[in-house]
Design a protein around this ligand. Structure first.
Ligand SMILES: NC(=O)c1ccc[n+]([C@@H]2O[C@H](COP(=O)([O-])OP(=O)(O)OC[C@H]3O[C@@H](n4cnc5c(N)ncnc54)[C@H](O)[C@@H]3O)[C@@H](O)[C@H]2O)c1
Length: 379
């Protein structure tokens, strides 16, 4: 059987994972083209894929190639809309990294474009594919905790300094805010696990640790305080990940508390803090019969019921690969969806609703915590 021919837009870091996975590990796929804005990243892509693989600095050139059947867009968030639209307009299958776009309007334009072509449109909501999350989903579907009524999530982003404040992630213009950039996964899981979308939110948040008055062009290796700064990003990091985390332009929040009402009266709370000492997430779902929660530190999912009938501890296996085992499963599912028309665990509407919840929460916390309604797409 011929392999699905894939082009990657944004070939390093997240894109680098997809290059490896699709080219070397997914049996029915092959990477045939790569696009990036950085020459050195294209050089490393060429080395990884080998042969005379096509490379370009223009995403349109990659998308238009007749030998590219499916495109993975793994560029920074602000390019997702334009590049995703170009893929759909060309009638090609699309795996678009999260968040779907940095505005709700952008997501709606992607939804409308997808409706016209009907190709596979997957979102990088890889956590849905984690064995831990699938176990939780099955427990809820079986009715062990009754009808879900509350969802709480604590997200301890202990690597906030490394991954979110030394480059574009820390600037609103590039992300809208970290509830989209980072929280999209959790807002999506809130919808996925409870089976309901957000109706309204209120939130508080601010920049409590990162940001400051350092020059915007200060890089950690050049800083006179590099030996004492707790956030100095030294060593092997590429220079564009070594901007000072306490520079002036940093304007996203690093500490957020969101409350939400979902359809069907479900109450939700989501906390995301970027300067915790540890890095994990707790998801807690309370139903009419009991409570279900995960523990990433022990790879377990636990159930406690009011009558004790379904009390259990589930030891999760298969979470060793990237993103708790989610990434390889998502990549294989993308190829199966293209090949066999199989439905994926992610869908464009869910991607849009997670962004819409995040945008509404940012609007709330930037306006004194007012209640903001989350609208459905018009299309
Ligand atoms: N699903 C997940 O769990 C997950 C995990 C990590 C990252 N991501 C997403 O992947 C995307 C990339 O994240 P990253 O950390 O790898 O970012 P990054 O800044 O490292 O950039 C990734 C690549 O895109 C390239 N690039 C920059 N501008 C570009 C443009 N205009 N067009 C094409 N390529 C461009 C960069 O040179 C780099 O090679 C983000 O949207 C992020 O949210 C998702």
């Amino acid at each position: 059987m011929k392999r699905v021919r894939i082009g990657i837009v944004g070939v390093m870091n997240r894109g680098g994972y997809f290059v490896e996975e699709f080219h070397k590990n997914v049996p029915d796929a092959v990477v045939v083209a790569g696009m990036d804005v950085r020459e050195e990243h294209l050089d490393r892509f060429r080395e990884a894929v080998g042969g005379d693989v096509f490379v370009t600095k223009d995403h349109r050139e990659l998308i238009e190639r007749p030998d590219v059947e499916a495109v993975v867009v793994a560029s920074p968030d602000r390019f997702h809309e334009e590049q995703g639209l170009a893929v759909l307009a060309a009638g090609k299958h699309l795996l678009l990294e999260k968040p779907m776009a940095i505005t709700v309007e952008g997501c709606d334009r992607l939804l409308a474009a997808h409706k016209k072509v009907g190709m596979v449109f997957a979102l990088g909501l890889t956590m849905r594919y984690m064995p831990m999350i699938q176990t939780m989903k099955q427990i809820i579907a079986r009715g062990d905790i009754g009808e879900a009524k509350a969802y709480w999530c604590n997200h301890y982003v202990g690597k906030g300094g490394h991954f979110y404040f030394h480059d574009w992630h820390a600037v609103r213009e590039d992300t809208t805010g970290l509830l989209l950039q980072k929280g999209t996964h959790d807002l999506d899981l809130m919808h996925y696990l409870t089976g309901e979308f957000t109706k309204r939110v209120a939130a508080f948040g601010s920049l409590d640790y990162f940001g400051g008055d350092k020059p915007d062009d200060l890089h950690c290796p050049d800083c006179p305080e590099k030996d004492t700064c707790p956030e100095a990003q030294l060593g092997d990091w590429p220079r564009h990940f070594q901007l000072c985390a306490f520079r002036k332009e940093v304007d996203v929040e690093d500490n957020h508390v969101v409350i939400a009402e979902l359809e069907n009266g479900i109450k939700a709370a989501y906390q995301e803090c970027h300067f915790t000492p540890d890095y994990h997430r707790d998801h807690i779902i309370i139903g009419t019969k009991g409570r279900l929660w995960n523990d990433e530190l022990t790879d377990t999912v636990r159930v406690k019921t009011r009558n004790g009938d379904a009390d259990a501890v589930y030891h999760i296996k298969g979470g060793e690969a990237e993103h708790g085992g989610g990434d390889p499963r998502m990549c294989r599912d993308f190829i199966r969806a293209i090949r066999d028309g199989r439905e994926m665990l992610t869908d464009p509407l869910s991607g849009r609703m997670a962004v819409a919840a995040g945008v509404a929460a940012h609007e709330s916390l930037r306006n004194g915590g007012k209640v903001v309604e989350v609208n459905w797409p018009a299309v």
